[in-house]
Design a protein around this ligand. Structure first.
Ligand code: ATP
Ligand code: MG
Length: 477
């Protein structure tokens, strides 16, 4: 592949390999965890594929193609956050999730919005570093082994002893003595190496010298909300203060890990990591802004809410494209994909500032979940609640299972409680299941070897009382 077509840069990185999943494949992956909500899945899948397509575009038009940002709209507990969470795991792109409510307008106490981009770059660096680490791992392991052998058989120290001994005796055949000593040293070292590789020295305690990170050895006292600046100050100093060494006694198996890690750190080209990471954050980064509805101001409200609109105004440049300085270098935000999400109970997407709305051209609505969905959510996803409880109780030797009619009953009850009390979507399943299995969870340790089948009868016996009484439903389920 030639450079122009693949988005390669002087860093020699191929950005394209990152997310080459087709929309179909992305949806299929999301299907493993999220029931229904096809529209939302399709929208995020297309958005992802489009960034891959853009990187393949040639010529100046490439710079003009900006991401089609998405707003996911839907009631609480229907999978908005979950879709994005799974998406992030799927693509190895730099990703951050933030809550819009955590931010405050510039000039007020709180986090400023540019920290979103700094976090994104931080994550990008983390990903790239892991990749670079992998490349040097073998070499680092070899270096660690040599250092371990040095510690186990301190050759330099022995050598000094030897040479003074030799000087004292004024031996005639000094040369051959030294050769012999060298030879035996090499043999012992190889012997030790064999033992080390065979895992026979794992538990032996050795004393190693390791670098102390400035972050742990330095403490800064400051007012609350200072932590972000504190991190920056520490980073600044970490480059100025010479690395402190610390001697520690550890087992060989731990020493190997620590020394490999240090060797990796030494072998990595940190400037290159920063360059690649910045590029990747710019070209493939994804920012997920949750609770976006909380910074929308309903027009029928009690006058303009300064701080909410302020946050929107601050976010706008990031979304429209600006340059943010980070400790690794500056980042353009033009091509970062933003996915926002909100329930929009008290406000509407149209309550957002017009410029803001304009930058989120794709609106996807997620639907309320019905009892049929709940039945599937309980059993189908790879992390389904029933699977979780079966695994948990399995550790106590209890074999838990659910009959089909029990699942149906649970789904119906959940939908009923959602309609009577507040509709909190699939989140309701958590309390329902917890209540259902309360006694078994408590007594499981006394039930070793038992098979417990949860059937419709069991569900009715344990939950009907709560569902029928609206007050109990409200407070307990
Ligand atoms: N469609 C779904 N399929 C499978 N599980 C779901 C689905 N919707 C919700 N869940 C489950 O419910 C939990 C809550 O969902 P999620 O966090 O996505 O809610 P949300 O839509 O972001 O709501 P909110 O507006 O309150 O933030 C998830 O962790 C997941 O376990
Ligand atoms: Mg959410």
């Amino acid at each position: 592949m030639d450079n122009a077509a693949t988005g390669n840069t002087e860093t020699g990185e191929n950005l394209l390999e990152q997310d080459s999943l087709t929309p179909e494949e992305i949806v299929r992956e999301l299907d493993k965890y999220i029931i229904a909500q096809e529209d939302a899945k399709r929208a995020v899948a297309v958005a992802l594929r489009n960034r891959w397509r853009r990187l393949k575009v040639e010529g100046s038009i490439k710079e003009e193609i900006t991401p089609k940002n998405i707003i996911l709209i839907g009631p609480t507990g229907v999978g908005k956050t979950e879709i994005t969470r799974r998406l992030a795991k799927l693509v190895r792109a730099p990703f951050v999730k933030v809550e819009a409510t955590k931010f405050t307008e510039v000039g007020y106490v709180g986090r400023d919005v540019e920290s979103i981009i700094r976090d994104l770059v931080e994550h990008s660096v983390h990903i790239v570093k892991e990749e670079e680490r992998k490349k040097v791992r073998k070499m680092a392991e070899e270096m660690a082994e040599e250092r371990l052998l040095d510690v186990l058989l301190p050759s330099s120290a022995r050598r000094d002893d030897l040479s003074t001994a030799l000087l004292d005796s004024e031996s005639e055949n000094e040369g051959s003595e030294e050769l012999k000593a060298d030879d035996s040293m090499r043999r012992s070292r190889e012997k030790l190496r064999e033992m080390l590789r065979a895992g026979r020295l794992e538990e032996r305690i050795v004393e190693i010298e390791i670098e102390k990170s400035v972050h742990t050895s330095m403490q800064i006292l400051g007012p609350a909300g200072f932590s972000e600046i504190e991190g920056q100050i520490k980073d600044m100093f970490s480059n100025m203060i010479p690395r402190q060494k610390e001697r520690r006694k550890v087992k060989v198996k731990e020493a190997r890990k620590i020394l490999s890690r240090e060797a990796e750190e030494d072998l990595i080209d940190h400037d290159r990591v920063a360059q690649i990471a910045l590029k990747r954050a710019e070209q493939t980064g994804i920012v997920f802004i949750d609770e976006i509805d909380k910074i929308a101001v309903p027009t029928h409200g009690k006058g303009p809410d300064v701080s909410r609109e302020g946050v929107q105004r601050d976010l706008l440049p990031l979304i429209e494209g600006c340059t943010v300085g980070t400790k690794y270098g500056s980042v353009r935000t033009d091509h970062i994909l933003f996915i926002a999400s909100g329930a929009f109970h008290a406000s509407k997407p149209s309550d957002l500032m017009p410029e803001f709305q304009g930058r989120f051209p794709i609106r996807v609505e997620l639907k309320s979940l019905t009892s049929e969905h709940f039945a599937k959510i309980l059993t189908e996803p790879e992390n389904a609640l029933t699977k979780q409880y079966i695994a948990l109780l399995g550790t106590e030797g209890v074999k838990l299972s659910f009959s089909d009619d029990a699942i149906q009953e649970l789904a119906t009850l959940t939908a009923e409680v959602n309609s009577k009390a507040e509709n909190i979507g699939a989140r309701r399943l958590y309390t329902v299941m917890e209540k259902l299995l309360e006694t078994i969870s408590f007594d499981a340790h006394k039930m070793k070897g038992k098979d417990v089948v949860i059937d419709k009868q069991y569900v009715k016996e344990h939950l009907d009382g709560f569902v029928e009484d609206p007050d109990l439903a409200r407070f307990i389920l």
